[in-house]
Design a protein around this ligand. Structure first.
Ligand code: ZN
Ligand code: FE
Length: 255
């Protein structure tokens, strides 16, 4: 059994710490900063960091890699097509890795960056800046169509899959979701829950694929009212879901 802990970093990043209590080995996903990880290791001296999983090349995801690798000798996994500091294993779509005695499948999810990958095992998904709770990453490198396809692949995972994304953006994402779907009761209920959680300083992750399908507008581009909202914005007929996605993404960029 793997236990998962969120180590907060910077303003709104989470570094996911995966722990195997049987072996006292642990792994981290996207350590943008080494310090929160090294502080945890210092406080838990009988644990060893064995693996570092990277989703994409942005500094807030890789900034701590070299220092952690130097201090612990951990093995670094990352996307083959991006420049990842200290990378030992270069990954592409459909690769499988074993870390902490667990298998993880690699899913290519271009859009936020072109080489972005996610790590999946039955029950959990580590998706970096691709699928957020109630939102999705900005399109820094990819096209709307690429991101739409990537999100569709993630949405097709089992509904109970827990979604571990890298940022605490849930509240602002839900405010946007409520603007897109002012009459979606699931969205409004989640907005009020998350508002309370954030007032109490509580983490809003992980999410689930089921909850995202009910409340994340970027996964709901086939819903008639969402399409009509996009049409209202652009004044034309956005006849395909990836066109609706592009409108929503551009709208969110300035929301
Ligand atoms: Zn990023
Ligand atoms: Fe990020």
């Amino acid at each position: 059994m793997i236990q998962i802990t969120a180590l907060p970093a910077f303003n709104d990043n989470y570094i996911w710490l995966l722990q195997n209590p049987a072996t006292r080995q642990c792994a981290v996903v996207d350590p943008g900063d080494a310090k929160p990880v090294q502080d945890w290791l210092s406080a838990n001296p009988d644990w060893a960091l064995s693996d570092i999983l990277i989703t994409h090349h942005h500094h807030d995801h890789v900034g701590g890699v070299e220092q952690l690798k130097k201090a612990t000798g951990a093995k670094v996994y990352g996307p083959a097509s991006e420049n990842i500091p200290g990378r030992d294993v270069a990954l592409k779509d459909n690769d499988r890795i074993t870390a902490l005695g667990q298998d993880f499948d690699v899913i290519a999810v271009p859009g936020h960056t072109l080489g972005h990958i996610a790590y999946y095992q039955p029950g959990r998904l580590f998706c970096g800046d691709t699928l957020f709770a109630a939102g999705c990453g900005r399109l820094f490198e990819g096209t709307p169509k690429q991101m739409y396809t990537s999100l569709s692949r993630l949405a097709a995972l089992p509904e109970a899959t827990q979604v571990y994304c890298t940022h605490e953006y849930t509240l602002s994402n839900l405010r946007f979701a409520a603007a897109v779907e002012p009459h979606n009761p699931d969205t409004l209920e989640r907005l009020s829950n998350v508002t309370r959680q954030r007032e109490a300083g509580v983490i809003t992750l992980p999410s689930t694929i089921a909850l995202e399908k009910r409340t994340n507008p970027f996964l709901r581009t086939s819903v008639t009212s969402v399409k009509e909202k996009a049409d209202e914005r652009t004044g034309n007929d956005n006849s395909a879901p990836d066109m609706v996605f592009a409108v929503l993404r551009a709208w969110k960029d300035t929301f």
